[in-house]
Design a binder for this molecule. Sequence first.
Ligand code: ASC
Length: 153
Amino acid sequence: MKKITLSATLAVVALSLAATASAQVKPEDQIKYRKAAYSFASWNMGKIKTNLEGTYNAAQVKAAANAIAAVANSGLGALFGPGTEKAIGEQKTAVKPEMFKQGEKVAKLAGDYAAASNELVKAADTGDAAAVKAAFGKVGASCKACHDDFKSR
Ligand code: ASC
């Protein structure tokens, strides 16, 4: 039997709850909201990167880390409902349709992203730039892991 981490298990639960939640949001809005969520997380990643490369402002890093964790823990699976595997009118998506057939893998990736983001918050709370740098790298790696498999262009 395969060993499943707690965060992956929680992500599976989140995905099954997501099926209910996604029914309440129009497919084109699911695409719109998930793109907005990842763009917002990306903006916050950029702020942390700038802090690590220049003057470290602990309050700004904490705020950014919390924003990223909020996105990662928000149950994003709800925004990958049926019909959202390709563009709907003007609402484009870079998701690869294969993502919708690999639930277990996606749950693991989503769980890793949430776990890494939660560690980033803990590191940011310490105010230790070196700890933030390490945790930030792990969050970036969790973003990349999903992009490598499931993001086109
Ligand atoms: C970011 C950002 C991403 C990820 C990815 C990591 O800061 O916007 O999409 O990190 O580039 O490889």
